[in-house]
Design a protein around this ligand. Structure first.
Ligand SMILES: C[S@@+](CC[C@H](N)C(=O)[O-])C[C@H]1O[C@@H](n2cnc3c(N)ncnc32)[C@H](O)[C@@H]1O
Length: 217
């Protein structure tokens, strides 16, 4: 199965060893299946709230990975997810859902799993600025980030955790390469979007100024 560019970028950002990797909101499970192959020492968990989706993923895994790989499939609301083995290292990947939902999920996961070492790899659909601000306010730090262009659409991928050193910047930091025309296009899109938003709601003026400041940095 050939992954799209967004999902393959997510998979390529899993470079450390984890005991458990969670493909949250897994839908078709394509990302988790890739990680079964690229991270053979981890247990890969597939999580979705929709029963038929998880049944289909479980059927596929039972056929294609009957016993050679470690995996589980859970039909669970992420807001209720309880992680096993609190002493283990967990990576939770949440991609392809809106920023507000991601913020809600992460707040609940951290609240429901105190004391467990949790890293997160997030790829929101929109509201990246708000997601980053919320993650910073939860005390999380930046491990890595990248900007992905897939079929003309832009996605920010943010790898964060409790034990890193770098601050999470709301407008992004490591991901930018302003020599890359795609990155220039993305920044212009952000500025144009928040210019329109600030016209109808002044609360977006600060966001606009933050993106504009990247142009002059
Ligand atoms: C668009 S798919 C994303 C699939 C994949 N992660 C990707 O990035 O391509 C969103 C998935 O989130 C799942 N989802 C929505 N709310 C959820 C929740 N509260 N708990 C678990 N899964 C949820 C949906 O059932 C759906 O399969």
């Amino acid at each position: 199965m050939k992954l799209n560019k967004r999902l393959s970028s997510l998979a390529s950002m899993v470079t450390q060893q984890y005991d458990h990797i969670w493909d949250c909101c897994c839908d078709h499970g394509h990302l988790g299946i890739e990680l079964l192959q690229s991270c053979p020492t981890a247990t890969v968990h597939f999580v979705d709230v929709v029963v038929p989706l998880i049944e289909a993923v479980r059927d596929k895994l039972q056929t294609e990975y009957p016993d050679t790989h470690h995996w589980t499939a859970h039909c669970t609301d992420l807001n209720q997810l309880i992680l096993p083995e609190t002493q283990s290292k967990h990576l939770l990947i949440i991609a392809g859902v809106g920023g507000d939902l991601i913020i809600q999920f992460v707040r609940n996961i951290l609240f429901n799993n105190p004391g467990t070492e949790i890293e997160l790899l997030l790829c929101p659909v929109r509201h990246d600025f708000k997601v980053r601000q919320a993650m910073k306010s939860l005390g999380l730090k930046l491990i890595n980030e990248s900007l992905v262009v897939d079929k003309g659409l832009f996605y920010e991928v943010i790898h964060i955790g409790p034990n890193a050193d770098a601050e999470i910047e709301a407008t992004g930091s490591l991901m930018w390469d302003f020599a890359d025309p795609d990155h220039q296009t993305y920044l212009e899109q952000k500025i144009n979007h928040y210019q329109r938003a600030a016209r109808s709601n002044p609360k977006f003026t600060d966001v606009l100024l933050a993106y504009k400041a990247l142009k002059t940095a």
